[in-house]
Every structure is written in C-alpha cells, then in structure tokens.
Design a protein around this ligand. Structure first.
Ligand code: FES
Length: 122
C-alpha cells in the first residue's frame, strides 16, 4: 500500500505551511503573555480565559511590546498609555491606539503551541 492509496491521511502542504512550534502549552499560565521571536516576527503569545492567542508584539500607538502588558479577560493592556487590545481580533477598545494589531492563527498540537505566520511571497 502506498501513500497514494490514502491521499487524505496526511495534512496537505497548504494546511501545514507556516506553522511554527513555539512553546510547550503547559508553560504558559492563564492571564499571561510572553514574547517570542519567530522567523523575524516579534509575536506576543498570550493565554486568557484558558484560550491561547498570538498577536504582533508591538502596540500600534507607540511601538512598545504588548507582551509586557497585563493580560485579563481576553484583552492585553499596553503598559505605556493603557490602550487595551482584544486578543481574538487585535482591535483596540479605546484611545490612544486606534489601529488594530495583527493577529496570527494559533493552535495546540499535542503538547505544543503552534503559531502560523504569514508566508513570504518570495
Ligand atoms: S504606546 Fe501603547 S497605548 Fe501608547
């Protein structure tokens, strides 16, 4: 029997491209965040209300790391001026930040957190 006999057993290349293993899931406490440098992208990996999120680790107002802010109830608060960003959508709840922060798909694969980064068109 060859792999051609069951072509749907493995995920397609398109489904797997861009996923990067980040951390063991158990190491990220609830209501916390960490900075990870993944392929040149600064990523804030956060867990809140039991759910893991990944967003760009840079406030859209003042370019400071959001991973250094407080995480609570699905939001991360920028430590510099206090804008709060929805971890699921990246949208700020109020000024001074007005632009959303980029969000990245994230999943738990076995014991690990994996983040999917944009694939370069090069
Ligand atoms: S630097 Fe984040 S709200 Fe101003």
């Amino acid at each position: 029997m060859t792999s051609r006999d069951h072509p749907t057993e493995s995920p397609s290349r398109e489904e797997e491209v861009g996923w990067v293993r980040v951390d063991e899931a158990r190491t990220l406490d609830d209501e916390s965040a960490v900075h990870r440098d993944i392929g040149g992208h600064g990523v804030c990996v956060a867990r809140s209300l039991g759910k893991v999120h990944a967003i760009r680790d840079e406030c859209t107002h003042g370019q400071v790391p959001l991973s250094e802010g407080d995480v609570e109830n699905g939001y991360v608060e920028c430590w510099m001026h206090g804008s709060r960003f929805d971890l699921a959508t990246g949208i700020p709840t109020g000024p001074p930040a007005t632009e959303p922060v980029a969000i990245y798909p994230v999943r738990i694969n076995g014991d690990h957190i994996e983040v999917r980064l944009p694939v370069s068109e090069d």
